[in-house]
Write a protein that binds this ligand. Structure first.
Ligand SMILES: [Zn+2]
Length: 150
């Protein structure tokens, strides 16, 4: 179904969620780390409807500064649905329809997000959950069957 569910999402709630997700709930100037409370509202972007702040240091920033969404024109609700879709492994075309943007845009963002996820992963690949669980049981079993020594 081609229903753009993005319109069902409240942008203010979405903003609050992104603030927590991207900035641990505290927006700061990316240039001097001053609290956003010390900045003044500079303008609101037309397409993404984001508040742009001007810091005392002269720096201008918004919710997306320093994130993979920097310079993009997604509304906060679109950003969340995109993240959700990519995390869930939904097809690009489906995400594009849901948030009402071009497929190419979703495709590009998926690549950026995947590269980011790869970068954040440790060098050694983690075992999948099943392996992890098996090993846990194996270790527990070994402890039981091994004579306690001494
Ligand atoms: Zn600043």
């Amino acid at each position: 179904m081609d229903l753009p569910i993005v319109d069902l999402f409240d942008d203010e709630l979405s903003e609050a969620w992104l603030l927590k997700y991207f900035h641990q709930g505290q927006l700061r100037c990316p240039h001097c780390r001053r609290d956003v409370k010390e900045a003044r509202l500079f303008r609101v972007t037309r397409r993404s409807r984001l508040k742009v702040y001007r810091c005392k240091c002269g720096g201008i920033y918004n919710l997306y500064s320093g994130t993979v969404f920097q310079g993009k024109h997604f509304r906060p609700a679109q950003a969340i649905l995109l993240l959700r879709g990519v995390c869930k492994g939904e097809p690009t075309a489906q995400i594009a329809r849901e948030i009402g943007v071009a497929r190419q845009t979703v495709h590009d963002m998926r690549k950026v997000l995947q590269a980011q996820a790869q970068r954040l992963q440790p060098e050694t690949p983690l075992p999948d959950r099943q392996t992890e669980t098996d090993e846990m049981f194996q270790n527990a079993g070994e402890k039981r069957s091994t004579p306690s020594g001494s």
